[in-house]
Ligand binder design. Structure first.
Ligand SMILES: Cc1ncc(COP(=O)(O)O)c(C=O)c1O
Length: 406
């Protein structure tokens, strides 16, 4: 065996999302035209200001005496972190400085490096994850030799504070929350987050621990209608907010994001400084630093640019209306670009639904719900509305045919 056991079982256990991707390729080879709503790959291109800023930066190489591609501090360029700190303050309601910001290779890297810094390897440190959830959390936790503890959300996908309270033990080191949520599109309210902050303060006291909350927010710009994104930052000192430009600017392949820690994280200045330095050191052993050219763009355009969010909103709404009209129980998404409907009773199982979805010349690809937290979600499916409008439209037509099949 070349790959170790963990890696081998990771490959064999496979990701349902990857399996769908491969199936799509196979269907195309067979001459079919799959409708791929399985993968969360952003369809909308970055705004024009991204490209013009990138061009200006590249053009500036002629006038600069410096090599702009040199090594930099692991946490990222100071001017980029200053801009992030400045633009984040009105959003999250905390006064950040550049020292609270670490530029990362996306939210994934921010999660990994935070967990690497928090978890004591191999001593069964626990990280609570709210399900249904992003499939990769378990890998990030286990790569850093921690133990994932799943806590299910309430029936309408809000945080279940009683269930969270029961799951917290003296071994709890971190909690991952994700709002707007993948796969449900749920956004946690200020009221819920305030109550969560109170609960965590109480539990920290009870066990003499300090739970860090990783507030995973790569979709926080993708918010629909009058709903606002709310952060735990205002209500809990142990918060690390982490995000990326993968969805807000359509830059998933460029791997650029950042984390912001609560300015008063930790018991005292010394703990705080060690924690900040450890994040930088750990980033060095993973990716060294976040991509430099992308950081330079962010330093110039700041955090207030975004793709036209309404485009995703209308694709989500189109699918949501169709699903509801066909009798699929659905908690309507408030943000992000996914839908997580339940299958109507008339389908005996997800496999029975899949047989119909994959039939014909236009197989509909989606991700089975169980990949987002186990068999509890076996009668759910995730549809990604970040495909093209044309594919979303084809998806709606296909859903109608599946629902009306004899
Ligand atoms: C909930 C969630 N967290 C994190 C990530 C990782 O995103 P990034 O591209 O910022 O690393 C994703 C990607 O789809 C996601 O859905």
């Amino acid at each position: 065996m070349l790959a170790n056991q963990r890696s081998t079982s990771g490959v064999k256990g496979g990701s349902g999302i990857r399996a769908m991707f491969e199936l799509g390729t196979q269907y195309r080879k067979e001459g079919k035209q799959p409708i791929d709503l399985s993968i969360g790959n952003p369809d909308i291109r970055p705004p024009e200001i991204y490209y013009s800023t990138l061009s200006d930066i590249i053009a500036s190489r002629h006038s600069s005496s410096d090599n702009m591609h040199k090594y930099m501090p692991n946490a990222g360029y100071l001017d980029t972190r200053e801009v992030v700190a400045r633009d984040l303050e009105p959003r999250l309601g905390s006064s950040f400085s550049a020292a609270d910001i670490v530029m990362t290779a996306g939210a994934a890297n921010a999660l990994d490096v935070s967990l690497m810094t928090i978890i004591e390897p191999g001593v069964q440190d626990e990280v609570i994850v709210v399900a249904p959830c992003f499939v990769e959390y378990q890998n990030y936790i286990e790569n850093n030799r921690g133990r994932q503890v799943l806590v299910h959300a309430s029936i309408d996908f809000d945080l279940d504070l009683d269930a969270l309270e029961s799951a917290i033990t003296s071994r709890t080191r971190a909690l991952i929350i994700n709002s707007p949520n993948n796969p449900t599109g749920r956004i946690y309210s200020e009221e819920t987050l305030r109550a969560l902050g109170d609960l965590l303060d109480r539990k920290n006291q009870e066990y003499g621990i300090e739970i860090i909350v990783l507030e995973d927010a790569p979709y926080d710009r993708l918010v629909f209608g009058s709903v606002r994104y709310e952060s735990l930052m205002m209500w809990y000192r142990g918060t690390i907010y982490l995000t990326s430009f993968s969805k807000s600017l359509g830059l998933a392949g460029e791997r650029i994001g950042y984390l912001a820690m609560h300015p008063q994280i930790g018991q005292d200045d010394e703990t705080r400084q060690i924690f900040r330095a450890a994040l930088g050191t750990n980033l060095r052993t993973r990716v060294v630093n976040a991509p430099g050219l992308q950081q330079k763009v962010i330093a110039k355009i700041g955090l207030n640019q975004s793709i036209p969010v309404g485009e995703y909103e209308s694709r989500v709404n189109r699918l949501a209306d169709t699903l509801e009209s066909l009798g699929f129980p659905l908690v309507r998404p408030q943000g992000a670009f996914y839908l997580f409907p339940q299958l109507p009773d008339r389908f005996a199982s997800e496999e029975a639904f899949r047989a119909l979805a994959h039939s014909g010349e236009d197989p509909l690809l989606y991700t089975p719900g169980r990949f987002f937290g186990g068999m509890e979600y076996d009668r759910y499916i995730r549809l990604a509305a970040c495909a093209s409008s044309a594919d979303v439209e084809r998806g709606c037509e296909k859903l109608k045919r599946i629902a009306n099949a004899p």
